[in-house]
Design a protein around this ligand. Structure first.
Ligand code: DP6
Length: 348
């Protein structure tokens, strides 16, 4: 990790300032994917994963306790949250209340700058920001590891957005005395890499199948799942070594094969889950062409058609230009390593 990018920026609040807190968190992109749970309730994954937290698309969440209120009030940019999104946030608040031993309902307002539901990890930044803001508002006083475990209960990938830069999320083991304690993220040591991720949004609409449902279906029905999970373990070990020696080509190659393997498991699910669109494949072709032209660039895709291209920061504009030309209808953003989730000072 380049020295100028802090890996963690979680601060705990001074005692006596509970009641209201605002936190900001950024999405992370997995270079070794999380795909498949072994425990749905505790959100325990089947495999370890590793990601880079970005410096774009922050989510800002404010939590204010409302003693005496009968219900939680949840809004996205001031608009009342609905359906599954609202249900998941309220379930998360219940967990925090149980831990805090406080009955108070809360007013939660979230500002998302990432297109929600487009496979760009808005749930990662969303639940990381909510974990940090809610635990401060309810006075839980958690350290970063405990915040990571808590964020995991909202959305698995959120466990990694608690930390800046590269982070590994340990799956933990069923033999752990308390399986909840064994599954958390932490920063990963990396050499002096200076990476960029060029994010090609080819379709910002909501996805046809939620990642939650898609990973469940993959684990239950895909004959390729087990072999991908086994090879992902090897990918992770290779990735950690590649990061330590700051070998961008190796990091990119491993990330690309891990992501393509994950999508192969989904394509083999019954019925198949196919997030990759014609525009995705056109962008993937442009990445191959960049490599043929001598520019190190490697693609990864999540639960959606959008493509994130890992490259050197010095090549980012050239990569962005190539990707933009390949998918002219979309938008392209250049991201670098970002900070972990942290509290913002409240206006007096
Ligand atoms: C493809 O963290 O959104 O982005 O735990 O069910 O909320 P839940 O899933 P989520 O899944 C992210 C999957 C992924 C890969 C990754 O980020 O590792």
């Amino acid at each position: 990790m380049h020295a100028e990018h802090p890996t963690t920026a979680v601060r705990t609040r001074e005692p006596g300032t509970e009641g209201c807190a605002t936190a900001v968190a950024h999405p992370n992109i997995a270079l070794i994917k999380y795909w498949g749970k072994r425990d749905e309730r505790l959100v325990l994954p089947r495999t370890d994963s590793l990601s880079l937290t970005l410096d774009v698309f922050p989510t800002t969440t404010r939590v204010r306790l409302a003693p005496g209120a009968l219900h939680d009030e949840v809004t996205f940019g001031g608009v009342p949250a609905q359906g599954e999104a609202r249900r998941r946030i309220i379930a998360f608040l219940e967990l925090v209340r149980e831990r805090a031993g406080l009955p108070h309902r809360a007013v939660v307002d979230t500002e998302n700058t990432v297109p929600t539901g487009a496979g760009l990890a808005s749930s990662a930044s969303g639940f990381a920001a909510l974990a940090v803001a809610a635990s401060a508002a309810y006075g839980l006083g958690l350290d970063p590891t405990a915040l990571s475990r808590l964020a995991r209960r909202g959305s698995g990938s959120a466990s990694r957005s608690i930390f800046g830069g590269f982070a590994i999320w340990h799956a933990g083991r069923d033999s752990d005395p308390d399986p909840d304690l064994g599954s958390y993220a932490q920063p990963v040591p990396a050499g002096d890499l200076d990476p960029a991720l060029v994010v090609a949004v080819v379709d910002a609409g909501p996805k046809s199948v939620s990642s939650r449902e898609a990973m469940r279906r993959t684990v239950d029905t895909s004959p390729l799942y087990r072999s991908w999970a086994a090879s992902s373990e090897d990918d992770l070990a290779d990735m950690q070594r590649a990061l330590l020696r700051a070998d961008l080509d190796a990091v990119g190659e491993i990330a690309e094969r891990n992501a393509l393997g994950m999508h192969a498991t989904m394509l083999a699910a019954r019925p198949a889950v196919r997030y990759l669109s014609p525009a995705t494949l056109t962008v993937l072709d442009s990445v191959l062409q960049l490599r043929r032209d001598g520019v190190p660039a490697y693609a990864t895709m999540d639960a959606g058609p959008n493509v994130k291209v890992l490259c050197r920061r010095t090549d980012a504009h050239q990569v962005a230009g190539a990707v933009r030309a390949a998918a002219p209808g979309g938008s392209v953003h250049i991201a670098g390593p970002g900070q972990g989730a942290h509290l913002l000072d409240e206006a007096p």
